[in-house]
Design a protein around this ligand. Structure first.
Ligand code: NAG
Ligand code: NAG
Ligand code: NAG
Ligand code: NAG
Length: 433
């Protein structure tokens, strides 16, 4: 009896355990098959744009008690071991997500990696690839290290209009100045004037723009992360809603108007959409499946804002945008945008006016105004790029100069006329005398 009861109890537990197991497997399954598999079509191509990993402050402020290099593990602005590990983990995650696009054995005709020409982004790309392409089989070249070299391309920043977006563009500078002179910007600046003054007074460096304040916030952020006690004045403002808002808002400035977005990030978005189109037409040579761009928080924020998907925040280390191309049975190409800014699965982004899976043709339509036709020409500062007011001012100045010239000429003419008359009169006087 006792034994039977025990048995019953046991089998009851077993059954319960079994049911729990089934439920949890089912849950895991549902959890891991995020929206990805429910999207129409088959995954064909992915662009991955990410921020570098954990780094040191770029440039501490003059009164910073921590502004001596001896307090830090690596040089100013450099990637740290934590940063390497973060990217290695992201590389492992990308290996899983794109196993259908990339063989485990490295094939140079499947992937292309480009980084901005900055040490932390170059090192991040290399750490990421260590996770993505751990050598297996024939790729093992040295039994001592689980790593193989994979090329990372780069372009000097001043020549890079696509990833670094630092190639000179005078028209962009002109529109940015216009924006900074706008009522909207000026009143926002005025609202935070006290905070800017406070930061300038205490940091020993002029903090005059949102971006200046963001840099300072970033140094305080890293010092806090590294358990370096902030000076009392900094404790009073770091983490406050105002300073956090300013830092986050600053990320939207370079793409704040559609004109700015077009000139700053248009080349990158156009590069991505064009490559999707070429890939779909089977004209991509070599016929690669994945492009990776290693870049900065600004790159991530600018691209999100250009896509009208940016919610004010500071893109964290390894924040990553995935732009994926899927093709359905009717051979229609669709684009999806995912944003991964935590270690959890990425968020599918709702493309405004299109949803989480948007026909490629519709993408070109939706973003037409931010896709430059000829970026080099559009960057030239000609009268075409002047605002209406400035063009009018130009015309008004022209008219004014014209009027002055006519008046001068007229007075000169009159002067000569009177001189002559005087002369004649004198003559006649003389004659008279
Ligand atoms: C900054 O310093 C100036 C001059 O010392 C002072 O007049 C001003 O009140 C200070 N401003 C803030 C916000 O601390
Ligand atoms: C600014 O500080 C906040 C914390 O208050 C932090 O979450 C954010 O990432 C910081 N922004 C930058 C650009 O460092
Ligand atoms: C800062 O301190 C916390 C809590 O002790 C610790 O978990 C963290 O690793 C420290 N950060 C660094 C960079 O050492
Ligand atoms: C992640 O991105 C979402 C969507 O833009 C944003 O609302 C959130 O604040 C971000 N979180 C972090 C930690 O970056």
């Amino acid at each position: 009896m006792q034994a039977v009861l025990m048995m019953r109890k046991d089998s009851c537990y077993c059954l319960k355990a079994f049911v729990l197991l089934v439920i949890s497997i089912w849950c895991l399954e549902v959890g891991s098959t995020d929206v990805q598999t429910s999207l129409p079509g088959q995954l064909k191509f992915a662009h991955v744009i990410y921020r570098h990993g954990d780094r040191m402050p770029v440039d501490p402020y003059p009164t910073d008690p921590w502004n001596d290099r001896k307090y830090w593990p690596t040089g100013w602005g450099q990637l740290t071991n934590r940063g390497k590990l973060q990217h290695y983990e992201l590389g492992k995650w990308l290996r899983k997500r794109y196993s259908s696009l990339l063989d485990t054995k490295y094939d140079n005709e499947q992937i292309y990696v480009q980084s901005t020409d900055v040490e932390r982004t170059l090192m991040s790309a290399e750490s990421n690839l260590a996770g993505l392409y751990e050598p297996v089989g024939d790729d093992v070249w040295n039994a001592q290290i689980k790593w193989q070299p994979i090329p990372v391309h780069t372009v000097p920043e001043k020549e890079d209009a696509i990833v670094a977006a630092k190639a000179p563009c005078p028209a962009f500078e002109y529109y940015l100045e216009n924006f900074m002179n706008s009522e909207k910007y000026r009143s926002l600046l005025a609202r935070y004037k006290n905070l800017f003054d406070y930061l300038s007074n205490n940091s020993g460096r002029a903090v005059q723009t949102f971006i200046d304040a963001q840099y300072l916030n970033n140094t305080l952020f890293i010092e806090t992360l590294y358990n370096r006690t902030l000076p009392v004045w900094a404790q009073k403002v770091y983490g406050s809603p105002d300073l956090t808002f300013i830092s986050n808002f600053a990320f939207s400035i370079n793409t704040h108007t559609r004109k700015l977005a077009r000139l700053k990030t248009g080349p990158l978005l156009k590069d991505v959409l064009n490559r999707f189109e070429i890939k779909h037409k089977k004209q991509l040579k070599p016929d690669r499946n994945v492009f990776i761009y290693s870049a900065h928080d600004t790159t991530v924020a600018n691209l999100l804002n250009t896509l009208k998907l940016f919610q004010f925040h500071s893109p964290p280390y390894t924040a990553c945008i995935l732009l994926e191309l899927r093709v359905d049975d009717k051979d229609t190409p669709f684009v999806s945008v995912f944003y991964k800014n935590t270690t959890a699965e990425p968020l599918p982004m709702n493309i405004p006016g299109c949803g989480i899976s948007c026909p490629l043709a519709k993408m070109f339509e939706l973003y037409e105004e931010v896709l430059p036709e000829n970026w080099v020409d559009e960057c030239k500062r000609s009268t075409l790029t002047m605002t209406y007011e400035e063009a009018n001012l130009g015309a008004a100045t022209g008219i004014l100069i014209g009027i002055i010239a006519i008046l001068l000429l007229a007075s000169y003419g009159l002067m000569i006329y009177y001189r002559r008359r005087d002369y004649k009169m004198h003559n006649s006087y003389a004659q008279m005398a």
